[in-house]
Design a binder for this molecule. Sequence first.
Ligand code: DGJ
Length: 696
Amino acid sequence: MPIHHLTNSWILETDHTAYAFGLDSGGRLVNFYWGERLLSPSDYPTQASSQNWASFSNAGQLAREEYPAETGLKYIEPCFKAYYADGVRDTVLEFEKAEVQGAELRIHLMDALEHLGIILHYRLHETYDLIERWAEVTNRGETAITLERVLSAQWHLPRKRSYRLSHLYGRWADEWNIKREALAVGKKILESRRITTSHHGQPWFAVDGGTANEEQGEVWFGALAWSGNWKFIAETTEFGATRLSLGLNDWDFAWRLKPGESFSTPAAIYGYTHNGYGEASRRLHDYTREQVLPNGKTLRKVLYNSWEATTFDVDETSQVELAKLAAEMGVELFVMDDGWFHGRKDDHAGLGDWWPDEKKFPRGLKPLIEQVNALGMDFGLWVEPEMVNPDSELYRSHPDWVIHFPQRKRSEARNQLILNFACADVQDYILEKLDTILAENNIRFIKWDMNRNASEPGWDTAPGDPRELWVRYVQGVYRVWGILRQRHPQVTWQTCSGGGGRVDLGILRLADQAWVSDNTEPTARLNIQEGYSQVFPACTMEAWVTDMGSEYLPLEFRMHVSMCGALGIGGHLVNWGAERRAEAAKWIARYKEIRPVVQFGDLYRLRSPQQDSYSALMYVSKDRKEAVLFAFRTHQPFIPQLEPQAPVYPRGLDPQANYAVEGYEEVRSGLGWMRIGIELFLEDYQSTILHIRQVE
Ligand code: DGJ
């Protein structure tokens, strides 16, 4: 029984962790424990006092509240703030009741004066050692309520320790940098205000006591399943307490909740491990593959993408030429990127007009698709449904459909504006256009791109508060995408936003894989992939070999980097020449052999490329019968011959079983290989893949 109910307290147990909370002596819902699973329910603390001990250090300020609302003498970051019709901006949440249904606990809280109900949902994912939580707010009164902040969760870390926060930051073409920094008194705020998850940060955190590493140490971690504006706050008080909050960004946020209506926050997923960052990632990977992704157990195909080869200059002849070469190399899915639709010569025109360009494709897309299919490949297409160029038929007929303030200039980025996906007619128009393309053509893959962020966030026809735009827009995208997914189940979907600008556990309920960055230079890609892997599994990580880096990196190195994820090719195959294509074909064949282990195995990051110019990682199959180890050396300062490079120590093998490592004669136990390591000598810009197999 994973949920224990004791008097006024609840203990949520997963296979190895526990989370306990309950009512304190003042009736507040407070956290008692978050950490390793203990031996019995009586081991957990189940009480807290709500004593004031100074006029300036009130109990509310100090309490470890599960879902603090803005009220009383406390100056901490609340989860909830509302503005009521009677002018009150204070919410007093009292415990009403608790319900347990299977693996879900619901705690009902209520502000009786303002007739506001909040249900805190906790859903246990026991085998993943994760808990999902979200809040559902209901207006039970007779007047509208304006919600000003509704976060998904607040967590409290054990007291009297110092903590270190790990998070991801970046920018376009440089996403997924890992930052580890000590949390000091005050607040560390991370957020997106861009209407997407953004290249600049990720709604994910991992907090440790300062000494955790990939294998060891306590790590408390979490992520938000949301693809729009988000906010993370790590607040360390003068009393040495650290609380973490995560949810929708309250910046420029408001939501008018009419009588009888409810508002649900996105879910936050969180966990604890004492086995370091590596284990935290593996928990998220398994959960994402098995609980979030629509088809997490389907192998991702090797794809070819035309973007870096032909950019906007696509037509039937050029694409068929590329497709023939791709098919010869063993590619399974041919994706035509940008440039195929009405009026699209460059990035100044066409977005919004989702039908084939009459000059480039006078016979429509069908003949191209048929030829691609005849070559034995599936066909995929690029779209950017949320966008419109002012130079388009759509914008000329509906200039009012974009996000804008009518009185103000509309800032363009990449010569485009954003369609207001909060509006039903915009959603329906796009739905109809994409539906038609998918119904009329044998399309098996859609790359859904999004190439700018929001500005002038006006919505003058909003039925409620115009600031609902930020949330309703994302809900609109989810709606359109969800309907298309349902109507066209044969399609695999990729999320892209100028690279990795919209990857999160929300969009991965709709998208099967993600374009991680527009930066395909392989040495940069090693860093990008390491950062991405903190949260997301390899099967979602589309990785193409393009022409970037080809002047100084061997093809083998470039292929190896991309073989760490869902392999794709994006170079100009005509220019590659027969020899390079033959070599790439060999690597594609090799990838197909190891792909089940890469895409479905457990990831062990052995040496960080963000910290070391000699990096390594490995994937181990779930039954531990085989593993694939990748090692890369970029540039290292001269190492004298007598000082060998340190061995790479594999991890995740069955200590008792025997393993043979490709290229090495000796057979050792898993324990032996993990303790003795594998001596690997790599020159600058050399890389290797070692297949490791269990033997009798
Ligand atoms: C940005 C994407 O990240 C690229 O891969 C490519 O699809 C371009 N957009 C096309 O405009």
